[in-house]
Ligand binder design. Sequence first.
Ligand code: HEM
Length: 182
Amino acid sequence: MKGVIFLEFLNLVEAKFGLDMADGIIESSTLASNAAYTAVGTYPFSEMVSLISALSERTGVSIPDLLQVYGEHLLGRFAIKYPVHFEGVTSTFQLLEKLDNTIHVEVMKLYPEAELPRFYPNRLAEHVLEMTYRSDKPLSTLAYGLIAGCVGHFNEHIDIAMDDRSDEAQTHVIFTLTRMAA
Ligand code: HEM
């Protein structure tokens, strides 16, 4: 997993829960990296699992809820760090329809070791977009948060339904996004 994902996570923990909490979860996790993350570095996904589990234990907030909040935050950070992907894009559907075939393709060029999920968009109607998420990581609630972050970013009203097709493993999920009348 890329360092940028770890750094944004630790920044959010510090902002929401304080520096002591950020230091505390680092200390209680066994991290080969010693948490010396750099944005372009690549680190084991197990380190993210350790950090988020420690945060869940200390705060009493479930891991899915933490991942969702993190996803929403991350979308805002992506909009600031990678504005080129948002240029000329005015809606959630537009952004999500170019996620798999453009945005994550460019991410892969930038970070060849990135391990990205697949997202298959399917426009069922003018106001309904289905997105199939497939990953080897159980991060569908992070995806939910990122999608919710898009909706907030474009200031839209969109209902997001999540249907887990992987026996709750969170690796194969169908999202159905329905745009509501304003
Ligand atoms: C400008 C926009 C975006 C950029 C620059 C971006 C970039 C990235 C990067 C760098 C990673 C980490 C890969 C790794 O650690 O190896 C990642 C992972 C991920 N991205 Fe994106 N992303 C963007 C938008 C989105 C959006 C809108 C979604 C919404 C569904 C999304 C869903 C995910 C998920 C769920 C992961 C976690 C990996 C997994 O589930 O297997 N991304 N993205």
